[in-house]
Write a protein that binds this ligand. Structure first.
Ligand SMILES: [Ca+2]
Length: 258
């Protein structure tokens, strides 16, 4: 093996541990909960598949990556156009259309389907079925189907129009933890850790509710383990102790023979 090839292989093997991969939005899919008389979301992906804009003042709308995974981090930025003050955010731990986490951010306090406060929240949507969900689950929350796990409210906590904010998510990269950070440049606006083990894997996606012209761009993923793709590893896992025991026995036998 020549030195250049060896160096290349070494570089490849060391960088693969924390590989940062740009998120390609081409295969993502949209879904909306048309529950309050506003239209479904309209997600328009840019030609380079690196950014997407949800263009209308819609009922709760999601744009998801369709990958059931855990132990990953996501970074990217998002912003909204002006003329409105509603929810912009994300979903993660998405199991199905009635069980997932939402991180949302409201620009001003408003009474509509319950009271939504200016600021940040982490919600857990956990309903028996999609048809059980109502608008209050997404707006005021703290219903039987939707609970507020974490929040940070205040008259200075709302988002500002046309400003690009940075989002960071660690989804079970540390055992038992979901961590979210929102930044305005170098300033951290919200830094929260959620200890909830209801959904320890799931899809990631973008979310907004009653807010038009929300743009998400430059998203990158670090790490990630795809979950549930093949059922065989679970069976293999069950057999692992027996296999290890067998191997230990063999090694012992071999040692005594030598
Ligand atoms: Ca609105």
């Amino acid at each position: 093996m020549n030195k250049t090839l060896a160096l290349t292989l070494l570089t490849l093997s060391t960088t693969s541990f924390a590989e940062v991969v740009p998120v390609d939005l081409a295969s993502w899919t949209a879904d909306s909960y048309v529950l309050g008389g506003q239209p479904a979301g309209n997600w328009v992906v840019a030609g380079d598949n690196n950014s997407v804009t949800q263009t209308v003042n819609a009922d709760p709308s999601l744009f998801r990556n369709n990958i059931n995974q855990t132990s990953y981090s996501i970074d990217g930025s998002w912003k909204s156009g002006g003329g409105d003050d509603d929810f912009i955010g994300f979903v993660f731990g998405y199991q199905n259309d009635h069980q997932y986490y939402v991180m949302d951010w409201k620009a001003t306090t408003q009474s509509y389907a319950g009271i939504a406060n200016e600021g940040f929240r982490i919600l857990k949507i956990d309903a028996a079925s999609r048809s059980d969900l109502v608008l209050t689950d997404f707006w005021g929350s703290n219903t039987g189907n939707s609970s507020i796990l974490e929040s940070s409210y205040g008259s200075d906590k709302g988002w500002v129009a046309n400003k690009n904010y940075d989002f960071h998510l660690d989804f079970f990269t540390n055992p038992g933890e979901i961590a979210v950070q929102v930044k305005d440049g170098a300033t951290t606006l919200w830094n929260v850790v959620v200890n909830d083990l209801t959904f320890t894997s799931g899809e990631f996606g973008f979310y907004n509710f009653s807010q038009a012209a929300v743009q998400y761009s430059g998203f990158e993923q670090t790490g990630g383990t795809v979950v549930g793709a093949v059922p065989i590893p679970a069976a293999a896992f069950l057999f692992a102790p027996a296999l290890l025991g067998f191997m230990g026995l063999r090694r012992k036998t071999k040692n005594t023979m030598v």
